[in-house]
Design a protein. Structure first.
Length: 321
């Protein structure tokens, strides 16, 4: 009924409009289920994600080696990320556009039966790794692991500031303004891709080498708001790193254990288990010694987290669960 009033809706795929209606219904259900979610809002014209979803009906979507055909569109050339598994049925396609102007199509298949890698493992001789968050270098590990230099936003900050400065001098909505805005978006996209690539490689290396990984359950959003450390805390993507470890370990039937955030890992000795009330430094300590001492504390926290995981494993085996 909206097509009579708004004629431009006839130019859009009808299944895309149906998916928008389903998303709206889901938003209302979430609001009435939990009012904290918030009342559904209109999409922003400037800061919304440009995407739409369409379903496969009567072969209206076709995918070949280097091209794809969508409803109301011709054949479009594409770069396929990987081949789909055999005996799978294409269900839907979600097309999204990045601020840099790149288009991505996410294909949803049904009927893929992956190999069950989550078999019951033997943890009697399991290799355990303790990980604790650190402002410098993203994390400290209980064992020596080679890390590349992170902090990708800090490294590209000067270039990003230069491009943003050029954007501020352009006349809004002009041709140069649109062109420069895409350059700024490409800078952000490069930083995001560098961070994801680094975290994927690191999480995969840890997943292959260790059977149980213990991390501290830290609220990264609250830590970023504390003392105005948001840029430094969120630069390395520690929360994303934990999520990657979670699903990659689950794929291989391994364990990720989250230690309570109130566990005294900083004050607890990793050898004797004694808890020290506070860390006080003598007045004659220099800045270099304090920094070295804090490095020792971070290493001790990761070892304490690892030992806490060892106690959990012992309790689990004794209780027979």
């Amino acid at each position: 009924m909206y097509k009579k009033e708004y004629s431009f809706l006839k130019e859009v795929d009808s299944l895309a409009l149906a998916n928008v209606q389903l998303h709206l219904e889901k938003a209302y259900k979430n609001f009435f289920r939990d009012p904290k979610v918030g009342f559904p809002r209109f999409k922003s014209k400037h800061h919304s994600k440009n995407s739409y979803t369409t379903n496969v009906v009567n072969g209206n979507i076709l995918v070949e080696d280097k091209r794809i055909r969508l409803p109301k569109l011709k054949w479009i050339s594409m770069k396929k990320h990987r081949e789909s598994a055999e005996n799978c049925c294409l269900k839907s396609v979600t097309v999204s556009m990045e601020p840099s102007g790149k288009y991505f199509a996410s294909l949803l298949y049904e009927g893929y039966s992956c190999e069950n890698q989550a078999a019951d493992g033997d943890y009697s001789n399991a290799k355990i790794l303790g990980i604790d968050y650190a402002m410098q270098g993203m994390a400290v590990f209980s064992e020596e692991i080679e890390l590349e230099k992170a902090g990708f936003f800090r490294r590209n900050e000067k270039r990003l500031a230069r491009e943003q400065r050029k954007l501020s001098r352009c006349v809004k909505e002009s041709r140069n303004y649109v062109r420069q805005k895409k350059k700024v978006a490409r800078c952000h996209e490069k930083i995001r891709n560098q961070r994801k690539d680094y975290l994927h490689k690191l999480s995969r290396r840890i997943t292959d080498q260790y059977d149980i990984v213990a991390v501290e359950d830290i609220d990264m959003k609250a830590m970023g708001q504390c003392l105005h450390f948001g840029k430094s805390v969120q630069d390395n993507g520690y929360g994303m790193f934990r999520n990657m470890l979670d699903y990659k370990l689950a794929w291989k039937g391994k364990k990720l254990v989250k230690i309570d955030r109130f566990f005294p890992s900083s004050k607890k000795c990793s050898k004797c288990g004694k808890i020290k009330k506070s860390w006080d430094y003598p007045k004659e300590y220099t800045a270099a010694r304090v920094e070295m001492r804090w490095t020792e504390i971070e290493m001790q926290r990761s070892i304490s987290v690892k030992r806490q995981e060892g106690c959990w494993q012992y309790k689990l085996s004794v209780s027979g669960q």
